[in-house]
Design a protein around this ligand. Sequence first.
Ligand code: TIU
Length: 222
Amino acid sequence: QNNIISIPARPSSFQSNRNNIGLILIDLQQDFMSPEGYGQELGNDPSKLRHIIQAIEAVLNSARSAGLMIIHTRESHRSNLADLSVLKASNCPSIGVDVGKGRMMVRGEWGSKFIPELAPLDDGSETVIDKPGKSSFYQTDLELVLQNAQVDTLIVCGVTTEVCVHSTVRDAADRGIKCIVLEDCTASYFDEFHEVGIKMISAQNGIFGSVSDSRYVIDALS
Ligand code: TIU
């Protein structure tokens, strides 16, 4: 197996040793992806996000076969909400509230569970990051985990493009971690935010990272 892989992307294609590449799946949890979760409580239509599930499944399977490090994040809080800032509590009053399916955005509750199609393997080999903020790096050990594995490049899938995907990718760029965001594996409740959010990543010579597509990654890993 050739360890050097090449992924077509914009603004420029990317070459790296597969041992230094990880796959990160951002917040593919019931609260955002399913009816009666937190996203819907915010006034959004969760079905707007579901068209990406199949493409992410294909990328996940191919990353597993290729032996890439796999990271799953979920935006969620402690049961006593001790990690919920006063500002977030005030902007998002439904966090911690049960409107039928359990307390929204709370660890261990239904909303914080991964959707079954994209759940981590049962054997504990994949890294799960519980995060209280929008960036996957904020108050988590993600940077340590990546450093230990010598992963300096992330293939990025998940929701939502302009919120947790953007916060994570911007934060990664400042830390010197390269992100390749898959356009067909990220989504927003707002079509125009997805479109412009993707454009913003690769603009200005890839100011926050690169943009690619699931089929290129699957081809490169196979
Ligand atoms: N509201 C919204 O679009 N997103 C979030 O609150 N979190 C994530 O993007 N995961």
